[in-house]
Write a protein that binds this ligand. Structure first.
Ligand SMILES: NC(=O)c1ccc[n+]([C@@H]2O[C@H](COP(=O)([O-])OP(=O)(O)OC[C@H]3O[C@@H](n4cnc5c(N)ncnc54)[C@H](O)[C@@H]3O)[C@@H](O)[C@H]2O)c1
Length: 249
């Protein structure tokens, strides 16, 4: 018996990095997985990878910053697999690097639109479906920057703090409805999101982690799996770090 047997799970931004690792682990643990991404090629290749490893998955394209597309995504999930038990709202972007006074309004709006509005749209439609199911679990991917600053990325810091707040509200509102909601705060993880960083910048980032290295997507996925499973049955409204000690100093 695997820990997600008979569960239907949805992961946004599952074509790459952390979301891909989560989708693969969910499938390995027995869930039927809806892989969603704005990038069709990456999403389809994630499904192929899951299937070739013996798992069950299907791709649904959606831009999480578009509420109609998110509503359609939840509908497509139920059409494909009959219900929705687990949702991981993972899709997110970094945005431009500038001090707050110079931060462009366009980038501010874009980052908040994907990282915050997109998570709200996901939660809204997932919660409605989970209430129909009689329960469910949501995991929102925040960041260490849900609790500490990311200098030169005020939109990112703001969006991730807000995701932690949204998660708390949902935990409280749905505590007696058999729906749990938690947020995860990874430190810097080796993913394509970090690819644009220069060697010097990566070295400086690495030095901020007491463990002396960046994290791996699979290490984040293990925490997400725990929070998505019955093993965390008394946990809701929480924010859990997977940060190599980053926020301990
Ligand atoms: N990499 C890190 O160091 C790190 C640290 C903490 C938190 N996070 C968070 O983890 C999440 C995943 O990051 P990652 O590093 O795996 O990034 P990534 O760039 O490797 O993957 C993000 C995926 O999301 C998709 N995506 C982007 N915008 C989308 C949209 N509007 N709708 C649907 N899909 C969209 C992309 O196509 C991509 O496949 C993000 O929320 C990010 O903020 C990342």
């Amino acid at each position: 018996m695997k820990i997600l047997d008979n569960k239907v799970a949805l992961v946004t931004g599952a074509g790459s990095g952390i979301g891909l690792a989560i989708a693969k682990l969910y499938a390995k643990e027995g869930a039927k997985v809806v892989v969603s991404d704005i990038n069709e090629e990456h999403g389809k290749s994630a499904v192929a990878e899951i299937k070739s490893a013996g798992g069950e998955a299907t791709f649904v394209k959606a831009d999480t910053s578009n509420p109609e597309q998110v509503e359609a995504l939840i509908k497509a999930t139920v059409e494909a697999y009959g219900r929705l038990d687990i949702a991981c709202n993972n899709a997110g972007i970094g945005g431009e690097q500038a001090t707050t006074g110079d931060y462009s309004i366009d980038s501010w709006k874009k980052v908040l639109n994907v990282n915050l509005d997109g998570v709200f749209y996901g939660c809204k439609y997932e919660l409605n479906q989970m209430e129909k199911n009689g329960g469910g679990v949501i995991v929102n991917i925040a960041s260490i920057h849900g609790t500490v600053a990311a200098p030169l990325s005020s939109a990112y810091t703001t969006s991730k703090h807000a995701v932690v707040g949204l998660t708390k509200n949902i935990g409280v509102e749905y505590g007696q409805k058999n729906i749990r909601c938690n947020a995860v705060g990874p430190a810097y993880i080796e993913t394509p999101l970090l690819e644009s960083a220069s060697g010097d910048m990566k070295e400086a980032l690495t030095a901020k982690h007491p463990m002396g290295r960046l994290g791996k997507s699979e290490e984040v996925a293990e925490l997400v799996l725990f929070l998505s499973s019955e093993k965390s049955s008394f946990m809701t409204g929480g924010y859990y770090l997977v940060d190599g000690g980053y926020t301990a100093i």
